[in-house]
Design a protein around this ligand. Sequence first.
Ligand SMILES: Cc1ncc(COP(=O)(O)O)c(C=O)c1O
Length: 492
Amino acid sequence: MLPYATLLPLNRHAATSLSQQLTTGLIHLMQQGLLAARDPLPGTRTLARLLAVHRQTVVVAFDELEAQGWIEQRSCRAAVVSSRLPTVAPQPFQSEAARHIAPRAAFSYPKSRPAAAPRPAAPLPLTLSSTPDSRLAPLAALARKYRALCLQPARRHLLGYAGANGSLALRQQLAEHLRATRGLPAQPENVAITRGGTMSLFLLAQLLLQPGDAVVVGQRSYHGADRAFLVQGARLHRVGVDAQGLCIEELAALCKQQAVRLVYVTPHHHYPTTVTLSAERRVRLLQLATQHDFIILEDDYDFDFHYDGAPILPLASTDRTGRVLYMGSLSKVLAPAFRVGYIVAPADVVEELGHWQRRIDRQGDTVLEQGIAELFAEGEMGTHLKRARLAYHQRRDVFCQLLGEQLPAWFTFEAPTGGLAVWGRFADCVDLPEVARQCQRQGLGISDGKLYQTAVEASPFHVRLGFAALNSEELAQSIRILSQVLQHLYPG
Ligand SMILES: Cc1ncc(COP(=O)(O)O)c(C=O)c1O
């Protein structure tokens, strides 16, 4: 007889019942070839005694095994392993391994290169990343909405399948919001809801690009967009970015040499350098798009947060040729965990996007989308945006003052006119990855700059330091830590 007490370890504190554990354990023995077709099993009393469980536990497990076709039970005779089971070559018994998924796949497949340094295992008390402060977001109102939408019988229809391009209510509200805030003449049929900007980029790259297509991005640009284009097999061409944004004349020169399919821009606050594309360059970019027949993909990831003067209207607000596709996200408005983004495009593109969304995802979180639509309709989102803009404006000022006063020798930057982060450069003596490591030990997360390093730079010096997620005291504490780390590493 097999040493059942060793082969079938039972955990009396597990959430799974003992009979279920016994069923699974015996199936493992059969799958590993330790119990073969027609082998007798111990009697229920014997097995119960060996495993120190109630006999009924074994009876239930055997009945389940019989119902599933693993064993055969005949009255007055010992149960036997089903005669129909194929023969399995016995494998060495690994009781521990049997309880885990295999650590490695048994097949090969192309592996992606990780784009960014892994996040610390536990969240750090302070992080200077370009995320919003979720403490300011109307999350209590959103949670109430979500609860009510789940529980009210009259809203039960919202729990079913819906359109692939997202909740109609949110498409309507967003169209209205975009018309009112940024002169974008969008109707609901021009809006596709996605699960965030990352998904929008992936979808648009799938839809618009063929392997080998030329895509133009800034010398430094959003790494997530680069990735989406490269996955589609696009060839990336990088053009310079200066204090007025993307160097459009470099783009014009490139267009004379070869066909360009798509130009990716973040004109309101260029990612990562935060500069705004000048009016003159905007006009020229739109002219070039018509002249050379390329698509402009305008990623307006943080339109709502502009502090100095009125926000600049998107390129999409002036385009009537159907060449500008516009995308935005609520990640910077609410919190990145709420996966809601949107693409604004001519209706035919939106319809096609719907076909793609249906293939990938069927639909988004329609309950969340409906809740957010209601917050827009009730004015709650408008009020939140005003409050958040005010708070982030103050935080930008506090942060820039702290940086200027406490890190003058180490960090040079220009105060951004908007957005959630400051772009700057550490001095040549600074080993930024080492500084980031030391800060992390002190509970402060900052970028190690590798994400922003260009091909010609031997080591990273530039970073985006986010200020919006922390209040004034937290910002002061963060800069104190950063300053202490720098003083410790580079005394004198
Ligand atoms: C420029 C830019 N575009 C798009 C995104 C994507 O954001 P999400 O996928 O969270 O909507 C980000 C995120 O930081 C971003 O910085």
